[in-house]
Design a protein around this ligand. Structure first.
Ligand SMILES: [Zn+2]
Ligand SMILES: [Zn+2]
Length: 372
């Protein structure tokens, strides 16, 4: 059987835009979706054709190849159908999401939802890593009734209203419509004596505890995925995933930038001028001595190598930068005041190379500008 032209299948022109094509595909796929045409072989064939056409034409490269060579572009010894099912599902999920995606799942296995857990840790914990224990609510099979929803010993009986189908048909004018059985709510069974532990639902909410290893060097915003630890699936479907979003609390002394840490340390004017030594704590809790060199200005940084944060999944370690902030003395005594005045009398452009002559230089600069 000759293959139909892909543009024709989608009902679009050869020059249509991607958006136009998407709209056309959506419309056609809705019309021929097997869920809407149960048992209709022709619909199934159409639906496959539509998907194949869209899959090709929505990909810029494939579309160009198809425009040039037609179907021959994709004929490789009759194969090439591998992966079709999965990519078809991808396209479908992408386009329809809630509209139809769930409909087909109503009676089949359904994957459980993903769960998100926000965890706040301290910078120290991010430094060492930690084994955290989380308590999560989880819906599990009721042990008292083994999931049947009936009190132990009692057996559910077939729903008399729907005969166990879970759905009933009703005639409305010319139409026969099918809806969920109002008596058993679609279960197809009746429980005369419901289990008290679960109220007849067969499932109970229990807390479960998980141990999670938070690796050293974890950063603010790191996401840890625990596959299969999300909500339980239903009807034998797989469980969803659990995502742990890690955030770190602000630290009173350290700021973090990647693997490096910064710590502002106030030093006295005298220490800054004469030099000296200060003792600081590092993130691992130990003490480190920092040599303040003579004539240190505010903002100068002293690096403590390898005293920063570990880099996630590596053996590298960042550095700790001590940022000196010179504190100007306040609340001077009379004697201190006199000493400083005496000191100032002996100051020169050697003791204060930055500030002496600064205002004169600034004045010159602007006078020259206006003089030009
Ligand atoms: Zn129960
Ligand atoms: Zn029923």
């Amino acid at each position: 059987m000759a293959k139909r032209d892909f543009y024709e299948v989608l009902g679009v022109s050869k020059t249509c835009t991607e958006a136009e094509m998407k709209v056309a595909f959506r419309k056609a796929a809705m019309q021929w979706h097997p869920d809407r045409n149960p048992g209709n072989m022709e619909a199934e064939v159409q639906f496959k054709e539509i998907n194949e056409a869209y899959q090709t034409l929505s990909d810029g490269q494939k579309r160009a190849a198809y425009d040039r060579y037609g179907h021959a572009a994709f004929e490789q010894g009759g194969g090439g159908n591998d992966g079709f099912a999965s990519s078809m599902a991808d396209i479908f999920d992408d386009l329809f999401g809630d509209v139809m995606g769930r409909r087909g799942n109503r009676n089949g296995p359904a994957r459980g939802s993903d769960l998100r857990y926000n965890m706040e840790i301290s910078l120290e914990e991010a430094f060492t890593g930690k084994l955290a224990s989380l308590t999560l609510p989880a819906s599990v099979t009721c042990e008292a009734c083994d999931g049947t929803g009936a009190k132990s010993g009692a057996k559910p009986r077939v729903c008399p209203t729907c005969g166990g189908h879970g759905r009933v048909r009703a005639q409305q004018g010319f139409f026969a419509i099918e809806r969920t059985c109002p008596q058993c709510h679609g279960r197809g069974e009746m429980i005369d004596d419901p289990c008290q532990a679960c109220g007849g639902s067969g499932r109970v909410t229990k807390e479960r505890t998980l141990s999670v290893n938070i690796p050293a060097g974890v950063e603010d915003g790191t996401r840890i995925r625990l596959s299969g630890e999300g909500e339980a699936g239903s009807r034998g479907g797989p469980a969803g995933d659990l995502y742990i979003f890690v955030s770190t609390k602000p630290h009173p002394f350290f700021q973090r930038d990647g693997a490096d840490l910064f710590c502002r340390v106030p030093i006295s004017m005298v220490q800054a001028a004469l030099g000296g030594e200060v003792s600081v704590h590092t993130i691992d809790g130990s003490e480190a001595k920092v040599k303040i060199t003579e004539g240190t200005q505010s903002g100068r940084q002293f690096k403590l190598k390898n005293k920063g944060m570990p880099v996630l999944r590596s053996r590298e370690v960042g550095d700790l930068y001590i940022q000196a902030t010179v504190e100007t003395p306040q609340n001077l005594t009379k004697r201190q005041r006199e000493l400083l005045m005496e000191f100032d009398a002996e100051s020169s452009n050697k003791t204060h190379p930055e500030s002496s002559g600064f205002f004169a230089r600034m004045k010159d600069f602007f006078e020259n500008l206006s003089g030009q």
